[in-house]
Structures are given as C-alpha cells and as structure tokens.
Design a protein around this ligand. Structure first.
Ligand SMILES: N=c1c2ncn([C@@H]3O[C@H](COP(=O)(O)OP(=O)(O)OP(=O)(O)O)[C@@H](O)[C@H]3O)c2ncn1[C@@H]1O[C@H](COP(=O)(O)O)[C@@H](O)[C@H]1O
Ligand SMILES: [Mg+2]
Ligand SMILES: [Zn+2]
Length: 168
C-alpha cells in the first residue's frame, strides 16, 4: 500500500469532498472502482452506521488469528473512512478531540483485515494484525489485562515493553 505517502493535508473532511479516495484511486487503481468519485458524496455505507449523538461509534479491535480482544475505542465518520481507505486502524480520540491513527507515536499500528458492523448497526468490529503484538499504551498485548478476583482488579497480563520506551 502506498498510503504512507499520503500527505495529511489531503485527508478528507466529511461531509464534503473525499480527496483521499481519489488519491488512492490514482495510486492504486482499485480503490476508486468501488467508490463514486462524485466530489460531494461520501460512500452510502457510512450512513448505514448508527452514529451516536456525538457522531461516534464504539469499535472493538480483535486480533486476527488469536481472536484476542485488544482494545475498544471510538470512530467518527472520517475515522471509519480513513480506516477503510488506508487499511490501518484510525480512531477518534475523545480526550484529545482528534483523529488518532493507532500507532502514530508508538509504531504499534493495526493492519485491518476485516471490518464488520453488528446487527443493529451500532458497534464495529475490526479484525486486525497488531504490530509488535502490543495494543495497549501500558505496553501490554491487550487493554483488557485487569481481572476481577476476590480482592479486586488484578493485572494478569505481562508488560511486554516498558511504556517509557514506547512513548517519549
Ligand atoms: N495508545 C493508546 C491506546 N492504545 C489503546 N488504547 C485504548 O483505547 C481507548 C481509546 O478510547 P477513548 O475514547 O477512551 O480514548 P481517550 O481516553 O480519548 O484516549 P486518549 O486520547 O486520552 O489517549 C482507551 O480507553 C484505551 O483502552 C489507547 N488509548 C490511548 N492511547 C494513547 O494514544 C497516544 C498514541 O499512542 P499510539 O497510537 O500507540 O502511538 C498515546 O498518548 C497513548 O497514551
Ligand atoms: Mg478511555
Ligand atoms: Zn490500554
């Protein structure tokens, strides 16, 4: 994929033009084929997601192969469109209020193999290959490393890489 060379300035702003898709179509030939290049139309499938009142949908990232649940995050329309167009997970960070290309700082990107929507269209499931096997910013494989036992929540998954070394 040539997506790495995509300058952030041509990423789409929805609703409106979707230049990223035209760019991808020119680069690769195939992506544009599934998408009407009418400048002011977004793909119809974006409207079939039941976006909440904030324009967001929760997203489960599940590891391809192991089926481990790696994390739960959020997407808006643009994040989903970019995820689809780039083949890597792009979320919406609620606290930072910005698009978040997972791995942008850590390098722990998620290559997307499958994008699914549930029966009532309000949860998305991504099947991903997790770069370095570390999804969590604590340096663990999965964000779901706390287990409830008689005493309370216990961390039951190892830290694979010191987060100080991942995030400087
Ligand atoms: N890397 C992660 C990360 N990985 C997994 N998650 C999970 O994804 C969820 C994101 O959904 P939220 O809307 O709750 O996110 P948020 O609270 O707005 O996250 P922040 O923007 O505050 O980091 C979190 O609750 C975590 O369970 C992460 N949440 C935050 N980060 C931060 O994202 C930044 C970039 O990290 P990389 O993408 O790995 O480079 C770093 O500052 C990290 O601390
Ligand atoms: Mg959170
Ligand atoms: Zn985490």
């Amino acid at each position: 994929m040539a997506w790495q060379r995509l300058p952030t300035s041509v990423w789409p702003v929805l609703p409106g033009t979707v230049p990223v898709l035209d760019w991808l179509a020119a680069e690769q030939g195939h992506v544009g084929a599934t998408y009407s290049k009418e400048p002011s139309t977004a793909p119809a499938w974006l409207d079939q997601v039941r976006w909440d009142e904030r324009g967001l949908v929760p997203v489960i990232a599940q590891e391809q192969g192991s089926n481990d649940v790696l994390m739960v995050a959020w997407m808006n329309r643009e994040a989903l469109l970019q995820t689809w167009a780039r083949g890597q997970a792009v979320y919406w960070s609620r606290s930072r209020n910005k698009l978040w290309h997972k791995g942008e700082e850590s390098g722990h990107v998620q290559t997307v193999h499958d994008i699914r929507l549930d029966c009532d269209q309000d949860v998305i499931l991504l099947k991903v290959k997790q770069e370095h096997g570390i999804a969590c910013h604590t340096g663990r494989h999965s964000c779901f490393y706390l287990q409830l036992d008689g005493e309370g929540w216990q961390a039951v998954e190892p830290v694979l890489c010191d987060p100080e070394r991942i995030y400087r």
